[in-house]
Every structure is written in C-alpha cells, then in structure tokens.
Ligand binder design. Structure first.
Ligand code: SF4
Length: 454
C-alpha cells in the first residue's frame, strides 16, 4: 500500500485573459460554456451571471457568425454594466473572418486548427492577421484541437492519431511564437479518455523539446451527463492533473453549465489541496494486473469522482485489467463494485453497458438536448438497470460539429436544423432532416431493426 504521489504542477508561462492570469503561478482556473443562443442577450447574460456566481472564472459563447459576435459585444456590455468582469471567450469554427471580428470584442478567441484554413500558406496569412488583431486588442487565443475535427490535410498525413493532433496544434503554436505572441492557451480534446491523455502528454513533451511552456486547458469532449459523464471527465482530466498538467479545466456535461462547476472545483481541490483525502487517507496498490484503490470517502458521488480521477492513469500506465475499489464503509461495497466497472468503461478498457456520448450543447443546439438524452437512455436501459446490449449511441447538438465529434459511435442522433434531426449508423447518415417529434422513435426503431430485437 502507498499513499498517492504528491501533486507537482508543470511550470508554465503566464497568459492574460482580460483581468485573469492563467498559468502555473496561479490557481487552476475553472470554466464553462453557455448553452443559450448567443443572440438571446437576456438569457445569455443571466446564464453568465449564474455561472459566475457558481464559480466560473471564464465563460465561453459560440460565435458562429458576425451576428453572434455583435451579440457577444452586447452581452459583454450588459455584464460590465452590472459589474461582472469575468472574461468572455468566443468559440469560433470554420470562419477566420469571425475570429478576426471576435478578437475585437472577446477577452479570448478559441479557434479550431482543424477548420481554420485549408493550407499552410492560408493558415500563416490568416493566423498572423488574427495575432495582430489580438495584440492590438489585448485578446488571448486558445488553439483548440479536437480529435473529431482534424483537417483533411492532417488526416491524410497522420490519420486521427495523437501525432496528427499534436502536429496540428504545433503548426499554429510555432507561428504564434515566431510572431512573439504569448497570450496563448492550448487544448487537445477527445471523447476517448485514453487518446485525450496520451495526446496531451505528447503535446507537453513536444513543447518541452522546443522550450515552449504554454498553459493548457483540459477537457473530455462528449462526456455525456449524469454519473457517467462525471466519471468520464474525471478519468481524463484527473489523469493529467495527476501528472501536474492543466491550468484551466472544463468538465463538459450535457446539463446546465452551472452543474459543471462543482465537479471541476472538486477535481482541482482533490489534487491541489494537501488536506484532501488524496493526501490524508486514500491508498492504491497493484497486485499483478489488479489495481486496488482504498478510499475513505463515505459519500458515493465523491468516492466516484475521486476514484475516477485517480485510477485512470494508474490503470493505463500499469496495464491494469481489473479494478477493486474498497470503500471505508462496507455497506458501500456493492456501489463501489459497480463504480469500478463504470470507471473501467470510462477509461475505455471494457464496455459492459450501453455508452451514451453527448455534447454539452451550445448556441448551435436547436432541440432540447437533456430531454432527448433522457428519452434515448430510457429506451436502451432495461428496467433492472443492466443494459441489454453494449452499444455506443451519440446525441449531438448540431450538424456542423456533431458528426465529426461523435467519435466511433454505433448510432448518432444529430441536430440538423431548427426542429430537424438526422440519424446516423456509424458514419453514414441514414435518415436525413426528419422531424424532431419523430426522431427519437425512429432512432429506437432503427436500432431495434438492426439488432433484430423488434
Ligand atoms: S456538437 Fe454540440 S457543443 Fe459542439 S458545436 Fe454542435 S451543438 Fe455545440
């Protein structure tokens, strides 16, 4: 038995985002993202205020076009009028002109290297222009790579591998360094926790080799909701926090964004506060291919979060096949046994029950994501709580990013427009633009037909 290793933060440079400083000299920042329409100013301002009150230190809005950038400027004005200075982040995909406009409004602009510009020449031209605007307006940049949306050029050269994701990120980062622009944050996210962790570790090694030490934003995409969503985020984010990596985290859940913040705060507390159970009572040991994790926590939700945050990296790094969780209270052993299986599934080592992946939703989502997830889960969980068939089903808010981001799901339910849904079997769209009212029924029918179960 041994106590778990001390937390030792990776040393980074400092990035300024509005009035917020980010990097290893400062606490790990927690953040979330709006799921309102960015053009609904009133609802967006209200949600930002609620999230700030719940502890969010940064808040992101999707800005898919110039209209949303204008809306963001109104949101910012309204928040400043009320004395809220939480930095606002514009999330931009596909349109470098929108990134340019957002650079003049937001405190940070997130771009996705996978869809920013088609060629190295176009990347250099557009990104140096964005950097000049950001420098002039004191705006930070997040270079945010996603496993599911790598550019065709990178896919052709590397496939959707960790090497490809890191190459995509470094291409932009090297330009920023050449331009001597330092207010940069990096992220590489994936729905598969092991791929996410492997890739971020590779990015850190690659940066170290080039004497670059920028702060990192951590997150697992499409983690889902409820207990499974929390465990999946904890496995991925926890593995990197255990390495000392991570300067800001977002726990993406398909729930209201306020719900993400207590989970994020608990993860940060667990690793960074020397009075947490990680340092005082919890223990881990390895016997052959079995990891035994002993946790003194008597609250099952916290036990789950702590075990998931700690076990992912121990499982992967030691080729573990079995996990035993020993709770302090023997009455919790059945719950701990189920938790152990859920953590193995969250780490991608087994699939014993249907896996639901879903995006957190944002201003692009045109249907009630939470209600839809509940209906689909209900249909594919049998009454005893044991799933009949270990499928992977994705529920994604929009057609722009959904199909690419839903990883290797067997089936996908994807928002295709206002009140319209497309259904996917693997990567193939098999029912296009069907009415939302019919879509859940049709997905259930499609899966049952394929499985021959009805
Ligand atoms: S997939 Fe979901 S979170 Fe991502 S852009 Fe679309 S609606 Fe927003």
């Amino acid at each position: 038995m041994h106590f778990l290793p001390k937390y030792c933060r990776r040393t980074t440079s400092t990035t300024r985002i509005g009035d917020l400083l980010m990097g290893s000299d400062y606490p790990i920042r927690i953040q979330t993202m709006a799921n309102t329409s960015t053009d609904d100013i009133e609802a967006s301002v209200a949600q930002a205020e609620r999230c700030e009150a719940a502890g969010s230190e940064l808040f992101r809005f999707t800005t898919q076009g110039i209209r949303e950038v204008e809306s963001l400027s109104h949101i910012k004005e309204a928040l400043l009028r009320e004395g809220h200075t939480m930095p606002l982040v514009a999330d931009v995909h596909f349109r470098s002109d929108v990134a340019d406009a957002a650079a003049q409004v937001a405190d940070k602009v997130r771009i996705n290297p996978g869809n920013y510009a088609p060629t190295p020449e176009a990347i250099r031209e557009r990104f140096t222009h964005l950097i000049a605007l950001c420098r002039a307006h004191k705006t930070a940049i997040r270079i945010g790579v996603n496993h599911g949306s790598l550019s065709p050029r990178i896919m052709q050269q590397y496939g959707d591998t960790p090497e490809g994701m890191v190459a995509s990120c470094m291409e932009f980062l090297r330009i920023a360094v050449e331009e001597n622009f330092r207010d940069i944050v990096l992220s590489i996210k994936a729905s598969d926790t092991r791929i996410m962790v492997t890739t971020v570790r590779l990015l850190v090694r690659t940066m170290d080799a080039e004497d670059m030490h920028f702060p990192l934003h951590l997150g697992v995409t499409e983690a889902g909701e409820g207990e499974d969503g929390r465990l999946k985020s904890a496995v991925g984010i926890g593995a990197l926090l255990a390495d000392g990596i991570g300067d800001t985290i977002r726990v993406s859940l398909s729930e209201e964004p306020e719900n993400e913040l207590p989970v994020a705060r608990e993860l940060v507390h667990f690793f960074t506060d020397k009075t947490s159970s990680r340092y005082t009572t919890n223990q881990a040991s390895i016997e052959g291919d079995t990891l035994i994790y002993t946790c003194a926590e008597d609250n099952i939700d916290l036990l789950g979060l702590h075990a998931a945050a700690e076990c992912g990296h121990l499982l992967w790094d030691n080729n573990i096949q079995k996990l035993i969780i020993r709770p302090a209270c023997p009455a919790m052993q059945d719950a701990a046994d189920k938790l152990a299986k859920d953590i193995l599934q969250a780490a991608g080592l087994i699939r014993y029950k249907t896996e639901f992946v879903s995006c957190p939703g944002c201003g692009r989502t045109m249907f009630d994501l939470q209600d839809t997830i509940a209906k689909i889960k209900q249909a594919f969980r049998d009454p005893s709580g044991t799933d009949q068939r270990p499928l992977k089903i994705a529920i994604m808010g929009c057609i722009v990013n959904g199909p690419g981001e839903m990883a290797d799901a067997d089936y996908g339910y994807v928002g295709a427009g206002r009140e319209r849904i497309s259904l996917y079997r693997g990567k193939e769209c098999v029912r296009k633009n069907i009415e939302q009212d019919e879509a859940v029924k049709q997905l259930i029918q499609l899966i049952h037909e394929d499985l021959g179960t009805k």
